[in-house]
Ligand binder design. Structure first.
Ligand SMILES: [Zn+2]
Ligand SMILES: [Zn+2]
Length: 235
């Protein structure tokens, strides 16, 4: 869809063509007792979609897909914790789509999904992704391309997905509005997490909006300035 506007400039008229300004659409669906932000990202031109971190509550995710008339191409996983990855295998089977991510260093978390489920009180199914992701990989969603950044620290194989044109990132449990991911679980590394945020996320730009794994959205700029754990005022 396009609109054409014009305005007078001197004696002539300047025509301004307005293209599509929002090719990337997304909806956040908090899932599981942990209110984990599953997100559905889609390309508005093609209605092709990716589901990021379907930890559970698959019926609600599928309702959104159906109501928007989306064709899901793939499931993307930021890291192997239950609230992010527990529903991936079932959703992949139901939609007949591949699972991509996380980085292979999270394999032990994925293998432990059933055990995580027993401890946390809701179901998680182990799987082997069709594609493990490495830093610098890309994944396509319709006509858009997402860049993959390996950001270890919360888990060793955590990845972040970044869409450069539309300035949006899905960061899982790396960074939150006003906080950062916990690092006291197996494979956690506080220094690595701070390093990843400072060297991988901040350089993407202050204007980048991000979907965190839990809680409200924010921008890298706001967090770089004021986040008490990794912002400019922190140690
Ligand atoms: Zn996590
Ligand atoms: Zn989480």
């Amino acid at each position: 869809m396009s609109q054409r506007g014009h305005r007078a400039a001197g004696r002539g008229a300047v025509f301004v063509e307005y293209g599509q300004v929002e090719m990337l659409r997304f909806t956040i669906i908090p899932v599981t007792p942990y209110q984990q932000n599953c997100s559905v990202l889609w390309c508005s031109r093609t209605k092709r979609a990716a589901v990021v971190d379907p930890g559970g509550d698959l019926e609600r995710i599928k309702q959104l897909i159906d109501s928007q008339g989306l064709v899901v191409e793939r499931i993307l996983i930021t890291h192997g914790h239950l609230d992010h990855a527990g529903g991936a295998a079932a959703l992949a089977e139901q939609l007949a789509v591949p699972i991509e991510g996380p980085h292979p260093e999270d394999r032990f978390w994925i293998d432990m999904l059933p055990e995580q489920g027993r401890m946390m009180g809701f179901a998680g199914q182990a799987f082997t992704p069709q594609r493990w992701l490495e830093d610098g990989d890309t994944v396509d969603v319709g006509e858009m391309r997402l860049e993959v950044l390996h950001c270890p620290g919360h888990t060793p194989g955590h990845v972040v997905f970044f869409q450069p044109e539309w300035r949006l990132a899905a960061v899982g449990d790396v960074l939150f509005a006003g906080s950062i991911g916990r690092t006291d679980l197996p494979g956690g590394d506080h220094r690595a997490l701070l390093h990843a945020i400072r060297t991988k996320l901040w350089p993407l730009g202050d204007d980048v909006r991000f979907i965190p794994g839990h809680g409200p959205m924010s921008t890298f700029g706001d967090e770089r300035k004021s986040n008490p754990f990794v912002g400019e005022g922190s140690a």
